[in-house]
Design a protein around this ligand. Structure first.
Ligand code: GLN
Length: 210
């Protein structure tokens, strides 16, 4: 089972290393043909405006939308979260309108440009997640059908999932945090070889993955 990492720009190698740490092959995706044979895709952090341009330049939009619609798990981290949102504050066009949320880019302003904190993410178990935020977005609006996976102490939403699409504001791949990647790998294995009787993309129960 292979999981792709969009490798146009940004924190690519860190995701590939995190996948390797859990025994999964991470494949850099630069061209549509690189998506062949992968069972999930990670969209890394970086600069969403740059990714937007490169996705268009290399004709990746349609094939990645098709992969997501087929039910393969997609994990967007930071800029990756921005590019899976259906709505971006300020009216920028969405890139992959997969997740029914509105995101605000660079939501923490100058003072808190970058910071680290420990977060509770109940689906990953009791041990808190060490979350590194780097010029991070937050989720302003959560649509129906979107599960909130984590909030900051002030209640702002920083991790969500809608069926097979997960998005988080922070960078697990820079913190030695492997549980999000494990979750994606579990979903990808199920996508690659659906269990008997499983149906559609609704089939992943929250919890008990770890
Ligand atoms: N500020 C970046 C953007 O708006 C995201 C930063 C990140 O991915 N670490 O695209």
């Amino acid at each position: 089972m292979k999981i792709g990492v969009l490798a146009l720009h940004g924190a690519v190698i860190e995701h590939i290393r995190t996948l390797r740490a859990i025994g999964v092959e991470g494949v850099p995706v630069r061209l549509p043909e690189d998506l062949e044979g992968i069972s999930g895709l990670i969209l890394p952090g970086g600069e969403s405006t740059t990714m937007r341009k490169l996705v268009a330049r290399w004709n990746l939009r349609e094939p990645i939308m098709a992969l997501a619609r087929s039910g393969a798990p997609i994990l967007g981290t930071c800029a990756g979260m921005i590019i899976v949102a259906r709505e971006i504050c300020g009216g920028e066009e969405p890139v992959f309108p997969l997740l029914d949320v509105t995101v605000e880019r660079n939501a923490f302003g100058r003072q808190l440009d970058s910071f680290e904190t420990d977060l509770q993410v109940p689906i990953l178990g009791d041990r808190p997640v060490h979350a590194i935020f780097i010029r991070a977005p937050i989720i302003e609006r959560v649509g129906p059908g979107v599960e909130v996976l984590a909030r900051l102490p002030d209640q702002r939403v920083v991790a969500v999932r809608q069926r097979n699409v997960l998005a988080i504001s922070f960078h697990p791949e820079l913190a030695g945090e492997t549980r999000f990647h494990r979750l994606v790998a579990t979903m990808a294995a199920e996508y690659a070889e659906p269990a008997e009787g499983a149906g559609g993309t609704e089939r992943w129960p929250l919890g008990e993955v770890m």
